[in-house]
Design a protein around this ligand. Sequence first.
Ligand code: NOJ
Length: 564
Amino acid sequence: MKTLFFSLLFFLFSASSFAQSTADDWWKKTTVYQIYPRSFYDTNADGIGDLEGIIQKLDYIQQLGFESIWISPFTQSPQRDFGYDISDYTAIDSVYGDTVTFKRLVEEIHRRGMHLIFDMVMNHTSDQHAWFKESSSSKDNPKADWYIWKDGRGKDGLKRPNNWRSMVGDRAWQYHPARHQFYYHGFLPFQPDLNYNNAEVKKAMFDIVRFWLDKGVDGFRLDIISAIHEDSTLKNNPPSAKLLPSDSKLTIFFQYAKNNFLQEQSFGFATELRQVINEYQSPTRVLIGESHGEESLIKNFCKKDGKDGLHGVFLFKAISEKFDARKYAKMLAGFNHEFADPLIPTLVFGNHDRTRSIDRVNSSVAKAKLKALVQLTTRGIPFVYNGEELGMPNVRIPLKEGKDAVAIANSKVPQFLADLSPETLNRDECRTPMLWSDQANAGFCDSLAQPWLPIVSTYKTINVANQLQDSTSLLNTYRKLLTLRKSIPALNSGSFTLKKDFNDKNILAYERTDGEASYLVLLNMSKKVKEIEPINGTTIFTTHSDSSTQQLQPYEGRIFQLEN
Ligand code: NOJ
């Protein structure tokens, strides 16, 4: 009966939200489900997910309540970084499908009133891209200046041009004998950075953007946009006291990456790109940038010198923030201060590069529910990585067995040291196949196929089919919250006010209001029962099945609709 009630609510709410979805600001209210296509659903028994698999699971995503889908890259690539190393920007990689399937995917997404966000890797290409092959062939070919080439230092020109490190931690210059020069790579050596000071490069890339817009994509997630420009005088980077990068500061191996990331020019680039996508309307097309760094700095991607740039940037701080009410309150205050209207924060708790969200809270489903509550009821655009709705954990895969290019680059690091790192050095661990059922291979691929990465060992209990049946599951918590968020304007677009003085330091409290109605959200982020003062309102959601009005159970989260 309860399930029927929720299904009815779902259909009512989804119908009304689809009616709004063509509005210019659809992206401000939307909720995004991130698909790592390789691991989502395999329909041709090769052990690798594909575009057809995404089409077949669209109903699932829609019924969960997500309104937009971001798909990690599926264009042609040698797959050394699983699609983030592109060798042809306009061809679909045959591992994932073909152009006919892509066209159907776009149609099927739009038929459901949903939006598609395409992953655009502009910063670098694969070293197998025709542009790089030509550029690296000599110093005077027509594309000689399409990448960042510099002479080496020293008598023999074999010393790197400067001290810059890549995001992965190695030295960011690679020697190329054919040119007797070094090329720059902000990520791995087989991903040479394009030179955006060259107008031809920019034009070629903006035309690729138009190509995909013409194919109907609704926006782009921009891979390491923070690295798009470098200091052209090649100034050395200053030292830093920190060994490892953090979510708010780009430091790597005791170096502060001041001169190869987050340059002023990159913010200007964002405004130029905005002009390109503004050529397309109905619906508005959006740009979401991937950038680490302090919020006060990266917000410049969204607005620079009065000009509009990206619609949003990922705020990664939430991924690694300690599960603590005061810390969350401070973080949310910061997000809302720096990204005050008309800007908007994003809310990210995980992705295909980072240790799974539930592993950061000691596998606690109760805590994962609270994270979902924060993500879906505070102000901002939520991005949910596939599997987070199930509480999928990392799978332990030793560095030496890694297929991930970062694991391969670190394969000499002793495992015990890798284990001390707060983040996984082997991203395979968080990219394992989606858990659809308790059948062989968790229903991800044919029982006779070999999945490209191992399946989570607890898949018999942690899977979509199981959690759909259980009204108290994490998946159903997401579903209920997404349904509420979609139907209540205050939750999807209202103002946000932290209730700093709410009665206990372990309770995170905030209000969302849109002038018509106000909602109070309370999260008890501790293991103790908390007494609360009487609230003049009605509970419309709780993470727990029974809740009393005067108390919050350990790790209980609640939404109250307040009396006017
Ligand atoms: C960030 C992407 O999320 C990651 O998966 C990729 O390896 C790097 N950028 C390089 O493109």
